[in-house]
Design a protein around this ligand. Structure first.
Ligand SMILES: Nc1ncnc2c1ncn2[C@@H]1O[C@H](COP(=O)(O)OP(=O)(O)O)[C@@H](O)[C@H]1O
Ligand SMILES: [Mg+2]
Length: 235
């Protein structure tokens, strides 16, 4: 099976600081990859370089067969909008919009009309355990519910790759693990790849593979100890 997304020889410097010192990393469709490592090791930079948010100084980023790190700004932002989904530490939902309209927003930004976008958005509420919360505003949701709405928003465009930077950072352990369980299973069933930065080994264990980043380099790679079986036999 070929890679959905890969980075080769990635280098990124900020002045004299080297955030990425030559990183190779790849993730396949339906596969989840956790990026772990101490604060300041380069995890977020790696995620942003893979997601076309930051351009690497050296190396290349391949989305399937297409090299994306040299695309022009317009092509790159269209690609981020249509083929990538993003989940942040705390949802970054728009507080004045009901949950279903928050989820519908990426579709509307891609040109769908509000009505169709909301209908498509609503389909994600069931799989994410959010039935009945469609009209709630973010302030009327728990932290875990809000983060599941953010996941629905990331998935609604049916992206090839979902990126998540510390998606459980604002949640307690049990809520965080439930959110990750949903994120990994729903992303996998969509056929997308998942790239997730986390400090939390319990969270990373829900991913198929884990890479450890130290000082801008990959210091270790392993299969997850308690890997879910999305790619293999049913659990
Ligand atoms: N925009 C920036 N400007 C200057 N230095 C940065 C910037 N972003 C990250 N860095 C530096 O790059 C290194 C890696 O940062 P980051 O990727 O955010 O690490 P992590 O996500 O693992 O905490 C750190 O030394 C950080 O200070
Ligand atoms: Mg970070």
């Amino acid at each position: 099976m070929s890679e959905a997304l890969a980075g080769y020889g990635l280098v990124k410097k900020y002045g004299s600081a080297t955030a990425l010192a030559g990183v190779d990393v790849a993730v396949r469709a339906r596969e989840s990859l956790a990026i772990m490592g101490p604060s300041g090791s380069g995890k977020s930079t790696l995620l942003h370089v893979l997601a076309g948010v930051i351009r690497p100084d050296e190396g290349r980023v391949m989305l399937g067969e297409e090299r994306i790190d040299r695309l022009g700004e317009n092509r790159l932002s269209a690609l981020r909008r249509d083929r990538f989904g993003f989940v942040f530490q705390s949802g970054q939902l728009l507080p004045e919009l009901p949950a279903e309209e928050n989820v519908a927003l990426p579709l509307m930004l891609s040109g769908s009309r509000r009505r169709e976008a909301v209908i498509r958005a609503r389909r994600w509420f069931g799989p994410l355990g959010l039935d009945g919360l469609e009209r709630r505003r973010p302030g009327q949701l728990s932290g875990g519910q809000a983060q599941r709405v953010a996941i629905a928003r990331a998935l609604v465009v049916e992206p090839d790759v979902v990126f998540a930077d510390e998606p459980t950072g604002a949640l307690d352990q049990a809520t965080g693990e439930e959110v990750i369980r949903l994120l990994t299973t729903v992303t996998g069933s969509l056929g997308a790849a998942l790239v997730m930065v986390t400090h939390d080994a319990g969270v990373a264990a829900h991913c198929d593979r884990i890479v450890q980043v130290r000082d801008g380099l990959i210091a270790g790679r392993r299969q997850s100890a308690v890997a879910p079986t999305r790619n293999g036999a049913a659990s």
